[in-house]
Design a binder for this molecule. Structure first.
Ligand SMILES: [Zn+2]
Length: 265
């Protein structure tokens, strides 16, 4: 039996962005205001660093079954909407994993929420350890521009490493070069060997989702003298060695060749 379902919003999103086209990839820092009658349901929520937000994309078309992730790259193939996170879908339910920054009364301050101001919120659930799949199989939704690809890698690295440090940015730049040469870096065919700080190794593992075994795609040696990564795909090897000490603010500005010695064999 197909019956209609009635949902009651439990709160609303307060954000600067009002139109879906203006929503940046990766979401926004925003506030979720829970209606007073549901405020009790927030008890204990502050024990979580991350929460799932289910919302209702009230401005989304509901008659679209296939689309292209245009914001990411208009050259990508078409996918069914159930194979995408596109906001247009028969039931435009938004699913967003947001970082919970702080809770003040019935207001949740979050980072990374993909919902415009005024979006009705349907539900909130904590993100648990058992939600983590370290190395899932996913389609290669390649961002059109290098900047966009680096932004996504920065997000993956930050989620894994939880510290915005210099070697995180070096790891992102190395992985972006590897992607230019080998395509998807979290592919089972790509392996990486890191030499450098624990931060570099940690971030490269977070970006590539390379496990140490079963099958081995990642390995590292801690070194204070060297900062490098060696990438392999098939019979090709790419070696990326950091040249000299650069400031954190420079890393994303400098050209690949200024930052690294790059060798492709
Ligand atoms: Zn670090």
């Amino acid at each position: 039996m197909r019956e209609d379902i009635v949902l009651k919003p439990i709160g609303t999103v307060l954000a600067e962005v009002e139109e879906p086209v203006d929503m940046p990839l990766g979401g926004l820092s925003s506030v979720i205001e829970i209606y007073p009658e549901y405020a009790e349901a927030l008890k204990g929520i502050e024990e979580n660093s991350h929460i799932w937000i289910l919302s209702w994309f009230h401005k989304a078309p509901r008659d679209i079954l296939k689309s292209i992730p245009l914001k990411v790259n208009p050259d990508l193939p078409e996918y069914g909407v159930f194979a995408l996170r596109a906001f247009a879908r028969p039931n435009p339910i938004g699913l967003s994993l947001a970082e919970l920054i702080t809770v003040e009364g019935n207001r949740l301050y979050v980072r990374g929420l993909d919902a415009i101001g005024g979006t009705p919120v349907l539900d909130i659930k904590p993100y648990y350890e058992n939600d983590i799949v370290f190395s899932p199989d996913t389609p290669y939704i390649r961002g059109k521009h290098r900047e966009m690809r680096q932004k996504l890698m920065t997000r993956h690295a930050l989620t894994h490493h939880r510290e915005d440090c210099k070697d995180l940015h070096l790891a992102v730049r190395m992985a972006a070069i590897a992607e230019d040469n080998f395509g998807k870096v979290n592919s089972p065919e790509v392996s990486v060997f890191a030499v450098g700080s624990g931060c570099l190794a940690d971030c490269l593992q977070g970006i590539t989702r390379g496990r140490l075994a079963a099958p081995p795609r990642f390995d590292f040696v801690i070194s204070e003298q060297e900062c490098s990564s060696t990438w392999k795909k098939g019979d090709r090897t790419l070696i990326i060695k950091a040249k000299k000490d650069v400031g954190l603010e420079n890393i994303m500005m400098l050209d690949d060749e200024v930052l690294f010695h790059i060798e492709l064999k």
